[in-house]
Design a protein around this ligand. Structure first.
Ligand SMILES: Nc1ncnc2c1ncn2[C@@H]1O[C@H](COP(=O)(O)OP(=O)(O)OP(=O)(O)O)[C@@H](O)[C@H]1O
Ligand SMILES: [Mg+2]
Length: 255
């Protein structure tokens, strides 16, 4: 992280983000900010606009209007590549792994390391990719039974961890996760939550969509609630009850 950013507390700010689908406002003037090293959860009923917001932040589908600021700077995210360059890592529910490839191959997918054989013949540097993968997995406390297995043979939690490791290879300051625990068992879900804590400890901000309020209350510093494309409120987890959040999701107000 460059020193001129140290004073900037907000990693992300969105201002009046709006997106229409025909006559339907999927996002209606949404404004909020995510701080450095913070876990913010995004909750809301089906159709509330969560995925629309994530698509705007990942560059997959730009908003009609409004502004996105990264580290205080306005930015236009017109493609996933733009989000990548801005230090925003996104894990979609599909994870984006290639089943037939092994762990290091997936971690380095599209960013393969090369070396020169005999000093001039370019070839894939499998040893370095493997060593870097081991280092990453150790740093984030991820256990994978075998690096050489095709990832289709690994558990859901391990696959999730590999998708995260892939992001951490880049210099990300914000990780967006769309329902990361949805398809996982209790133990595996807990492991992904531990990984989220570790990322936060490293100063990475996390924006996590979840329907599971138990997870949300365990992991999030703050909770943003959406309803019908509108931001109901952003609340501090420590001073909010689960009942209040359920009321906000359902009725658009805690009272
Ligand atoms: N491509 C599209 N064309 C038309 N309407 C869309 C499109 N994508 C989303 N919508 C509508 O926009 C609204 C918000 O959808 P969105 O997918 O963002 O909700 P969500 O909060 O992610 O819901 P879920 O919890 O079901 O994933 C919904 O009413 C949805 O039907
Ligand atoms: Mg969705």
């Amino acid at each position: 992280m460059s020193s001129d950013l140290e004073g900037v507390r907000e990693v992300l700010r969105v201002a009046e983000l709006t997106k229409n689908y025909g006559g339907l406002k999927a996002m209606d003037s949404i404004s909020f900010a995510v701080n450095r090293g913070e876990v913010m959860a995004l909750v809301g009923d089906n159709g509330a606009g969560k995925s629309t917001l994530v698509k705007a932040l990942s560059g997959a589908q730009p908003p009609d209007s409004g502004q996105i600021l990264i580290n205080g700077q306005p930015i236009e995210l017109r493609s996933p590549r733009d989000a990548d360059d801005a230090g925003i890592g996104c894990i979609h529910q599909s994870l984006g792994l290639v089943d037939a490839l092994n762990v290091p191959e997936n971690v380095f997918l599209g960013r393969e390391l090369q070396r020169k054989r005999f000093g001039f013949l370019p070839e894939l540097d499998h040893a370095s990719m493997r060593a870097k993968t081991v280092e990453l997995l150790e740093r984030f406390g991820v256990n994978v039974s075998s690096l050489n297995k095709p990832v289709v043979k690994l558990s859901g939690g391990q696959r999730q961890s590999i998708a995260i490791s892939r992001l951490l290879l880049q210099d990300v300051s914000l990780v967006i996760m769309d329902e990361p625990m949805a398809a996982l068992g209790v133990d595996e879900g807990q492991r992904v939550m531990d990984l989220v804590s570790t990322m936060r400890d490293e100063g990475i901000s996390i924006f996590i969509i979840s329907h599971n309020l138990e997870h949300v209350f365990q992991i999030a510093d703050r909770i943003a609630v959406l309803k019908n494309g509108r931001l109901v409120d952003v609340v501090e987890t420590a001073t909010t009850s689960r009942d209040a959040v359920i009321k906000m999701i359902t009725f658009g107000s805690a009272n």
